[in-house]
Design a binder for this molecule. Sequence first.
Ligand SMILES: *Cc1c(COP(=O)(O)O)cnc(C)c1O
Length: 409
Amino acid sequence: MQLTDQNTFTLQGINPVQLLEQYGSPLYVYDGATIRRKVNELQHAFSGINMKIKYACKANTNLSVLKLMRSIGVELDAVSPGELEMGKLAGYSGNQITFTPSGVPFEEVKAAVEAGSIVNIDSIPLLEWFGKTYGNTKPCMIRIKPNVAAGGNIKIMTAHADSKFGISVLLLDRIKEVVAKYDIKIIGLHQHTGSDIKDAEPFLQVADILFEAAKQFPDLEILDLGGGFKVSYLPGDAVTDMELLGNKISERFKTFCNEYGRELQLWFEPGKFLVSEAGYLLVKTTVVKEDPARNFVHVDSGLNHLIRPMMYGSYHHILNLSNPAGESKPYNVVGYICETDTFATDRNLPEVRPGDVLAFLNAGAYGLTMSSNYNTRLRPAEILIDNGAAKLVRRRETLEDLLRTQIEI
Ligand SMILES: *Cc1c(COP(=O)(O)O)cnc(C)c1O
C-alpha cells in the first residue's frame, strides 16, 4: 500500500478506484507483493532450521493465490476435500497438502490418504479407524490439544481445554496404546493454538508441550506448530515479532532435536499472516444518513461479503479513497443485509459522501472464503495484482450461478 503526493492510494502503482470503475462494486483486490513479502519474512525468521510453510488455505482459496504460493515454495494445509481439490487444481501434488480435518466423516480421510496427503488425526476414534484400515502402511500425524488458551478472543482459540480440536495431551497414554495396537506409523505431531496470537510466549509454551510429547514417539520427522500469528490491523498495530519468535523457537527446536537425536522438520500453517494484509474489499457508499443518534454510512456490501466484524468482532481499518483529505467525522459504517450488519462503530473517517469508495483493509484472509449469498446477493469479483499487473481472478457472480443448483418442480 502506498499513498502518493496527491494522496492517491495505489497498489504496485495501480489505483484500486480505477479497478472498481472497471470491474464494478464491490470488489476484492489482492496485492501479490504483500503475499511475497510475508512469505519472505517468515522464511527469513526461521532460516536457521529446517522449516516448511503449509499455508492454511481456508483463509483464501483463489486458485491464482494458491498458484502464487506454490511458485514461491509454500505448501498447503487443507481442512476439507474441497480445499484439497483446489490445491491439486493449483498444481500441488497430494503429498504437498496436509489434511487437518475436524471430526469429518472417515471417508474424507480415506480420500485424502489416497490422494497422498498426510493426515493430522484429531480424535481417538479416527486413530482407531486409521490403525484398523492402514496398520503401518500409511504415515500420519497426530493433532494434540495442548490445553493452552491464547489468541485474539475465545471464538478464535483452538487449543484451550474446552476446544473441540485435537486429542488432549492428557490422553497421551491412550494414544500410545492405540498406536501400539495397530503399529501405526506416527511421523509427526501437530497443534494449532488459535488466531491473532501476538506474543512469542504462547508459541513457546505449546512448543515445549509438543517437544515433551514428542519424546514418547521415536519415529517422528515433523513437528507442526500451526498458525495464528497476529497481523497488523491498523497503522502502528502490535504484531507478532517474527524475527524474535523465529530466534526463540529455532533455538529451542535445535535443543530439542539434539535431545531427540535426529533433525526434524518444523512446520507452520499460517493463514492470516500470509494473506490478510494483502487483501482489500472495495465498496461504494450508497447513502449517508445523518441520524440524531449517529451518522450512518451505508455501503453496497455487507456481512455476506465480509462477515468477520459480525462473526467475531474483528477490526477492519477503513480508508475513504475518494476523499482522503476530508474533515474527520465519526460514523457507523453499515452493510445492506437485513440483519444487524455493522462493519465499524463510531469510526472516524474523512468526510464520507454518497458514491465515495471505501476500502476495508485486512480483507485477504477469511473474506471471500467466508462469504455467502444471504439475501440472495451475489459475490464480488476478485483481482490479483502481481508483478505490476492487475488481473481478474474471479468474475462477479450472476443470478444464474445462484440458480444453477435449484430444481423447479
Ligand atoms: C485456520 C487454521 C490455521 C490458520 O490460522 P491463522 O490464524 O489464519 O494463521 C492453521 N492451522 C489450522 C489447522 C487451521 O484450521
